[in-house]
Design a binder for this molecule. Structure first.
Ligand SMILES: *Cc1c(COP(=O)(O)O)cnc(C)c1O
Length: 227
């Protein structure tokens, strides 16, 4: 078995263990492999190992890899990074889901960029830190943004996304996210995704109800340049 295959299966075992420990069915979890800073060839290798959900956090890298890998037509690309409004059309062309919608203007731009009847899956990114410079809408504004997204007919509101703060126990941060997710589901009961959990905190995220895990380095190995 390659190192990549070994790391992938080890993580999947840990995900399944964490799910069972939380009384949840591992089948209800989607493991997104975050491939940022790695070459497109890594996505091809992951695809051969059965990976179908891939995450990228920069538009240019997302678009370049997707264009290079058109033959992998069953990969679902998840955009998870901070998005500039003027990149919305490029993101929409290259992603099936955008986890990082944190303002109305971005939602509007993604909506205007629709060029087919296909709906774009979007999540409201919530900032769980006290630092307003971090990505995400303030917790108290998540519901209003969700209501706005519901009016944009080319977008499908899927749920909420967050990154745990560095200076707090992830379990307590993810419990706050779960409460916000519950509130957003009162806006649209179908918006039942909770995108949370990375290499260092996916077990806590699973315990708090995460449905979509975004795992990078534990599977891909260390990132080549930055990050
Ligand atoms: C890079 C990244 C991840 C994956 O991080 P790891 O710690 O490598 O698992 C998850 N979510 C976001 C938003 C990221 O930018």
């Amino acid at each position: 078995m390659s190192d990549l295959a070994a790391r992938l299966s080890a993580i999947d075992l840990r995900i399944a263990d964490a799910a069972r420990a939380a009384g949840r069915d591992p089948e209800d979890l989607t493991r997104i492999v975050v491939t940022k800073f790695h070459p497109a060839a890594l996505v091809t290798e992951l695809h051969a190992l059965g990976v179908r959900d891939v995450g990228e956090n920069r538009q240019q890298e997302l678009s370049a890899k997707r264009d290079e890998l058109t033959s992998l037509d069953d990969v679902r690309w998840h955009f998870i990074g901070q998005a500039q409004t003027n990149k919305a059309a490029a993101i929409r062309r290259s992603a099936e889901a955008v986890h990082s919608v944190d303002r109305e203007r971005l939602a509007d731009a993604l909506h205007r960029a629709a060029d087919s009847d296909d709906l774009l899956d979007v999540l409201v990114q919530v900032n769980l830190t006290d630092d307003q410079g971090r990505g995400g809408v303030a917790p108290g504004d998540a519901r209003r943004l969700a209501e706005h997204i519901l009016e944009l007919t080319s977008l499908r509101l899927r749920g909420v996304m967050a990154v745990a703060p560095l200076d707090e126990e992830p379990a307590s941060a993810f419990e706050r996210l779960r409460a916000i997710a519950d509130d957003v589901r009162t806006v649209d009961p179908a918006a039942d995704w909770i995108s949370a959990g990375m290499t260092g905190d996916f077990a806590e995220a699973i315990a708090a109800g995460a449905t979509h895990l975004r795992i990078g380095s534990a599977i891909t190995g260390p990132r080549p340049d930055r990050g």
